[in-house]
Design a binder for this molecule. Structure first.
Ligand code: SF4
Length: 362
C-alpha cells in the first residue's frame, strides 16, 4: 500500500537551514551564541569558528550570502535603541538579515555588504538597554490613542526574527524578558515584531503576560509572487490565529500595498480571510498597519542586482518623488493612486475587521 502523504496545507513550512555558520570567539563564549551554533550544527549547517572577532571569509554572491549566518556580538553602538516612528517608541535589534527572498525587500539599501544574517549572541546586553527607556519615547508613549500599548519596542526593523528563531532562540528570550519586567503601577511595556513566517509553536506557551504583539506581514494574492522563501498567506493567518488563541496581542502589517490587477477584490479577500481566522477569538487586540510600496534609488539598485528577472514595477516614471526626513529621495505612488488605495483599504478594514485599530497609513 502506498504511504499517504499529508495534504500540502498540513505539511509544515520548511525551517530555514543555513549552509554555513560563522561564529566569532566572543560570540561563542556567550551561552546564547553557543546554543545558536549548536542548533544550527544539529540542523546540518557547517560551523566555521573564526580566530578573531572581526568577520572574515564573507561570501560575495547573493545566493551564498543568503545561506550564511554569522553569530556575532552586537557592538555598543548596535545595542543602542533608536526611535522608530510611526511603528513604535524604540527599535532594538536581535539580528540583521533575513532568510526570505522578497523582491521588494525593505532591507535592500539599508544594510551594508552581502545579505548574510547576523545573529547577536550578547542578547542580555541588548535587553539590558531597554528598561531605562520605559516611559520615554515619541510614539506610543506620547500618543493618547496608543497609550494603552505602553512603551513599545520594535524588534523586526532589520530582520524577520521568527524566520530564524529555531536557531537563535532570541524571541523566546525577549518574550520572557518582557513578560518578567517589573513595571511601576500605571506603566506598560510591549515587545513588537513583524513576521512572514509561521513556526509559532515554540512561542505559544511562553510566559508572555500579553506584553508581546506579533504582527503578520500579509499581502494580496497577486503580490505573493514577489515573496520567495516565506509561507503563503493561509499559513500566516493560521499562525496568527494560534498566537491569538495563546493570548498574544496580534496585528496585521499589510505591506507593501501594490495596485496589482484586481487589487480591490484581492485586499478585501485578504482582510475577509483574516477576519475568518479570528472569528471566534474574543479579544485579539488586533492592530493594522498599512504600508504602501516605495523604493529609494539605492534600494532599487540593490534589488535589481539581487532579483534581475523581477517583474516588480520600480519605474520612477510611474511614481512620485518624496524626500525622506533625512533629505534623501524615495519613490512612492502618485497622489491619486495613494488616495484610491487608502480609501479602499481603510474601508475594507472597517467592514471586515471592525474591532481592529488602524495604527497608521504610509
Ligand atoms: Fe526582506 Fe522582510 Fe522579505 Fe525578509 S521577509 S526578505 S526582511 S521583506
Amino acid at each position: 500500500m502506498n504511504a499517504i502523504s499529508p495534504a500540502p496545507a498540513q505539511r509544515a513550512f520548511p525551517l530555514w537551514v543555513p549552509r554555513r555558520v560563522l561564529v566569532t570567539p566572543s560570540a561563542l563564549a556567550q551561552p546564547h551564541g553557543a546554543a545558536a551554533v549548536e542548533r544550527a550544527a544539529a540542523l546540518g549547517a557547517e560551523v566555521v569558528r573564526l580566530k578573531a572577532d572581526r568577520l572574515s571569509g564573507l561570501p560575495d554572491t547573493y545566493r551564498d550570502a543568503k545561506t550564511t549566518m554569522a553569530v556575532v556580538m552586537a557592538s555598543p553602538s548596535r545595542r543602542r535603541p533608536q526611535p522608530i516612528p510611526p511603528s513604535a517608541d524604540w527599535r532594538f535589534d536581535l539580528a540583521e538579515g533575513c532568510p526570505a527572498h522578497c523582491q521588494y525587500c525593505y532591507l535592500a539599501g539599508s544594510l551594508a555588504g552581502p545579505p548574510i544574517i547576523r545573529a547577536y549572541a550578547n542578547i542580555e546586553d541588548i535587553l539590558a538597554e531597554l528598561p531605562p527607556l520605559l516611559g520615554q519615547g515619541s510614539v506610543t508613549s506620547a500618543n493618547a490613542a496608543r497609550a494603552g500599548e505602553g512603551t513599545t519596542f520594535e524588534a523586526s526593523c532589520y530582520t524577520d526574527p521568527l524566520g530564524i528563531e529555531h536557531i537563535t532562540g532570541s524571541l523566546d528570550r525577549a518574550i520572557r524578558f518582557f513578560g518578567a519586567l517589573e513595571l511601576p503601577a500605571g506603566q506598560e511595556a510591549q515587545l513588537r515584531f513583524t513576521t512572514k513566517f509561521d513556526a509559532v509553536e515554540p512561542l505559544l506557551a511562553l510566559p508572555h503576560e500579553r506584553r508581546t504583539r506579533i504582527r503578520f506581514s500579509v499581502n494580496a494574492a497577486g503580490a505573493e509572487r514577489f515573496e520567495g522563501g516565506a509561507p503563503r498567506m493561509p499559513r500566516r493567518l493560521a499562525a496568527m490565529r494560534k498566537m491569538a488563541l495563546a493570548g498574544y496581542r496580534i496585528g496585521l502589517t499589510v505591506a507593501p500595498i501594490i495596485p496589482v490587477p484586481d487589487w480591490r477584490e484581492q485586499y478585501d479577500r485578504l482582510l475577509a480571510d483574516a477576519a475568518e481566522a479570528l472569528a471566534d477569538i474574543p479579544d485579539p487586540d488586533l492592530t493594522v498597519e498599512l504600508i504602501t510600496h516605495r523604493f529609494t534609488p539605492g534600494s532599487r539598485e540593490v534589488l535589481q542586482g539581487w532579483y534581475p528577472g523581477s517583474s516588480l514595477d520600480m519605474e520612477e516614471a510611474s511614481r512620485t518623488r518624496k524626500l525622506t526626513k533625512f533629505g534623501s529621495t524615495k519613490w512612492v505612488f502618485p497622489r491619486h493612486t495613494m488616495a484610491e488605495l487608502r480609501a479602499a483599504l481603510e474601508d475594507a478594514v472597517t467592514r471586515r475587521l471592525p474591532a481592529a485599530r488602524v495604527l497608521y497609513w504610509t
